[in-house]
Write a protein of this length. Structure first.
Length: 140
């Protein structure tokens, strides 16, 4: 299995809370940034999604905070898709400090919504296969 997709992010001072560590909600922003960066790297733009009449939806997100992050820390945010049967898929992400310390683990369940019907498509893998220029980034 290849390494998961990864993007580097630097913690900005305005993202920290009164204790000086990264605000808990910003971890979600980092995870979302990595997901959209993967889509872009795979050739899947928002315009292509809308043109196909679909859009990604988050159904569940869980964050396990492991170590604090401080302003100036550089982190790598990974993104790996896991496919099962049915309308949903799982995305596993790890936020890792430059020294290798895992700061957080994010697990999300998502789907692809048909924007006209407002329902999940039956097989999201097929949508990604159709839209991507690099299916391997989605583990396909």
């Amino acid at each position: 299995m290849s390494e998961p997709f990864s993007v580097r992010v630097t913690v900005r001072g305005y993202e920290t809370d009164v204790q000086g560590h990264l605000n808990q909600a910003v971890y979600l922003n980092y995870a979302e940034h990595a997901r959209w960066s993967l889509l872009k790297a795979a050739g899947v733009s928002q315009a292509r999604l809308v043109g196909r009449g679909v859009g990604p939806v988050a159904l569940e997100t869980n964050i396990r905070y492991r170590r604090e992050l401080l302003a100036g820390d550089e982190v790598d945010v990974t993104c790996a898709f896991e496919w099962g049967e049915g309308k949903t898929f799982r995305i596993r992400q790890t936020i890792t400090k430059a020294d290798g310390t895992v700061a957080a683990e994010v697990t999300a369940v998502g789907g692809i919504m048909n924007l006209e019907e407002r329902k999940l498509v039956a097989d999201p893998r097929e949508v990604f296969k159709e839209l991507t220029t690099d299916p391997a980034l989605f583990g396909l």
